[in-house]
Design a protein around this ligand. Sequence first.
Ligand code: C2E
Ligand code: CA
Ligand code: CA
Ligand code: CA
Length: 278
Amino acid sequence: AKARGKNNFQFFTEDINQSVLRKSKLAIDLRKGLEHEEFFIHYQPQIDLKTERLVGLEALVRWNHPEWGTISPAEFIPIAEDTGSIVQLGEYVLRQACLQNKAWQRAGLPKFRVAVNISSHQFSQSNLTETVHAALIDSGLEPRYLELELTESIIQSSSTAIATMNELKTMGIYLSIDDFGTGYSSLRYLKLFPIDTLKIDQYFIRNIITDLKDAALVATIIRMANDLQLNVIAEGVETAEQFQFLKQKQCNQAQGYYFNRPLPPTEIERLYRPAQSS
Ligand code: C2E
Ligand code: CA
Ligand code: CA
Ligand code: CA
């Protein structure tokens, strides 16, 4: 048996063993979870800052693990990326989000875009455009009600990125750059890529009220986006002060706990279903 607590190093290696074990179990469980439909989606409202109306919903996947309960995508998405499960999981989210948005339109909710996160592995798959096309056809959702969120790392890792993006644009889908400012060569991408929207990462938003540097950076990104005629959306907005700051700097849209957390579909319906006339 192991002598426990002999020194810190031993605790440390036990922690690592624990996390390695957890990761490899999650990697296996991911595949089973897809078969057993353990994944579900929450939707987070994206708000127009001028009108304060809903313009979009970001689809964020959740996992109800049979033993451990709800697990954060921040933990399982990187594992799904490493093991390749992300392709199947990503297609599931894309299809669900399209079906759900079309169902909401049929139910008479106001029309808004649904934004789906695309991982680099998915983006470099040669058949991404076919997959997206099939999801639209099968759901009946018009392309202009779908937005794909791409990160800067995606774009770097694919030699055919521009061609793929152009194909998606030709189909009529919206494209946004997610986590803007956290990757490399952002300005080059803005010149080269056919994108509609720039999402400012919450890392920059968090301290805009107290940190002059963050305030200056965010104001500059917004002005640049406006000059380039790109839509700009701030992520992670948590307070009224942040909301006012962004509005004053002419940011178009915002998303964050100040407005809504990511919500289950039933909550979205409760919030946005038209008033019954009877
Ligand atoms: P992300 O795409 O940057 O999504 C935004 C994250 O910020 C979400 O975390 C959201 O719940 C959280 N958030 C929203 N508003 C606030 C706020 O006001 N304050 C704070 N502190 N956080 C806020 P979540 O849902 O845990 O997702 C984490 C990441 O997992 C996402 O980051 C995205 O990179 C990834 N992810 C989630 N769903 C999918 C998916 O279907 N496909 C792929 N490829 N990645 C996904
Ligand atoms: Ca996102
Ligand atoms: Ca983001
Ligand atoms: Ca992020």
